[in-house]
Design a protein around this ligand. Sequence first.
Ligand code: NCD
Length: 320
Amino acid sequence: MINQRRADGSLRHLTTLDGLRRAEIEQLLERASAYVCAPGQMPPRNQNLAGVTIGNLFTEPSTRTRVSFELAGRRLGADVVNLEVQLSSRAKGETMLDTVHTLESLHFDVFIIRDSQSGVVAHVAANVMPHVSVLSAGEAHVSHPTQGLLDALTVRQCKGDRFDQLTIAIVGDIRHSRVARSAYEAFTGLGVGELRLIAPPALMPAAEEFPQGQRFTSPETGLPGADVVMMLRIQKERMEAAAIPDGEEYFQRFGLTPQRLALAKPDAIVMHPQPMNRGIEIESSVADGPQSVIRSQVSNGVAVRMAVLETVVRPGGSRT
Ligand code: NCD
C-alpha cells in the first residue's frame, strides 16, 4: 500500500479507503452532501478547481464512474480530458506511467485511473510529480474507493448517520468485487453495527478478508432483519469460464425477489452498483421498486467525486 498523504497528513491520493480515519470519511460525506442535488434541479457548480487539468485514464469499461468523474471535474471548473488507453498487459504499470509522464508535461494535475490489474494505480501514484494527485476509479477486484463513499452516502441519506444501529447485508459475488471491498472499508470505518456477507462458497472471499463480516450461504438465513441489502454483479471477467455460475440456478438460490426482500426489515433499502444483470442477481420489480435506491447511488456518485477532487486538490479548503 502506498502512502496516500502529504507530509502534513492531508490526503493527496485516493487509491483505497483503508487507513482513512472515521472523521475523514465523515468529512468527505459532509462535503459531498452539499453537492447532492435532486434530479431536475440545476446541479451546483463553482470554480474551486479552475485552472486544474484532470485526465480520466480508463482501461476497463465504465459508464457511471467515468461520466460522474467527468461531470464532477467540470462542475468544479476544471479542464477534464478523457483518454482511451489501450495498454498491452505486459509491463502495464510502466506503459501507464509513460502515458502519465507525457500528460504531466502537458500540465495535468490529477489522474483518475481504472485498471483491471492490481497495483497499477499505486505504481502511478508513487511515481508522479509532487503536486499531482492520483485517484482510483476501480482497481481489479481490490478497491473502488469513490464507490465505497457513494454507497456510504446513500446509506446515510436513507438511514441516518448512526451506522452502529444498522445491519447491512452484501449479497453475491463478494470474492471478485472491488465494490464490496471498498463498501466494507467505508461501512466498518463508520462503525456499522452488523455486516453480513451472503454468497455461495465459490463467491465468498478468503477467510482472512472481511474480518468483521458474518458469513451466510443463503439469503434466507442472512437477510432477516437487514436494513440495507446491497446486491453485486457476478464479475464474469474475473473468473475462469468453468467457474461462472449458471444464471438461472443462481437466480433461484440468490436472486433478490420480492419474497426474499420481504425477509429484511420492511423499510430496508436495496442497492446495486450497476451494471445490473436483471433476472440473475436481482428481479426487475425489485430493482425498479419502491425500496430501490439504485438511482440515488448514481446521483450521489457525482457529489462524492466532487468532494474527493476538492479534498485532494485543495487540502486547505476551497479557493474563491
Ligand atoms: C462497478 C465496477 O466497475 O466496479 N461498477 C461501478 O463502478 N459502478 C461494479 C461492477 O462492475 O459490477
